[in-house]
Design a binder for this molecule. Structure first.
Ligand code: AMP
Length: 191
């Protein structure tokens, strides 16, 4: 299985690139942010629980997030690979993912991280907020908090997978096509 972690701070272009990658590799896309927004839209207990964290730009607790992720993977047993987008965001999530994949006799193939300067992230997110309808994209303080949470809780996941040589840093500025071809080169090297 091709198990890719598409990594990077909020606004780094993971969603855009994930769409292109699933087309090229024919694998399943799992975005935990999208899953939470779906649950919220349907007012499920899980959605209601996630809502207060998302509104502040905080992380939803690990147990909730990991449980939801496992359900989604288990619901799709016959896929040839998965792009994990926005997951794992903590070391505990990364460890849970590793043991979960291990139980299925597979493992993370590579983590590809999009590298984008902070000012660019903020302006991209504010711009996206005009059309995305996402409350967490509309307020600069919440955006800055999401970036701060990324630095304090999520960035270490890059180092965690560096220890096994799986992390690759990709410049995330330029045209969508240029960034995509950098990603493809890095992924094909890892396979
Ligand atoms: P995203 O769409 O990836 O930017 O995620 C939007 C929000 O959903 C985040 O700010 C968090 O509140 C929540 N979220 C998404 N993925 C995770 C995760 N792996 N762990 C915890 N919270 C998450």
């Amino acid at each position: 299985m091709l198990n890719l972690i598409l990594f990077g701070p909020p606004g780094s272009g993971k969603g855009t690139q994930a769409e292109k990658l699933i087309e090229k590799y024919g694998i399943l896309h799992i975005s935990t942010g999208d899953l939470f927004r779906y649950e919220m839209g349907n007012n499920t207990p899980l959605g209601l629980e996630a809502k207060s964290y998302m509104a502040k730009g905080e992380l939803v607790p690990d147990e909730v997030t990991i449980g939801m992720l496992k359900n989604k993977v288990n619901a799709n047993p016959h896929v040839s690979g998965i792009i994990f987008d926005g997951f794992p965001r903590t070391i505990a999530q990364a460890q849970a993912l590793d043991s979960f994949l291990n139980e299925k006799n597979t493992q993370v193939t590579a983590l590809v991280a999009l590298d984008v300067p902070e000012d660019e992230l903020v302006s991209r997110l504010l711009n996206r907020g005009k059309s995305s309808g996402r409350a967490d994209d509309n307020d600069e303080a919440i955006i800055r908090n999401r970036i701060a949470v990324y630095k304090s809780e999520t960035a270490q996941v890059f180092d965690y997978y560096s220890a096994t040589g799986k992390s690759k840093l990709i410049p995330g500025v330029g045209s969508i096509e240029d960034i995509f071809s950098r990603l493809v080169t890095a992924i094909d090297e890892a396979c």
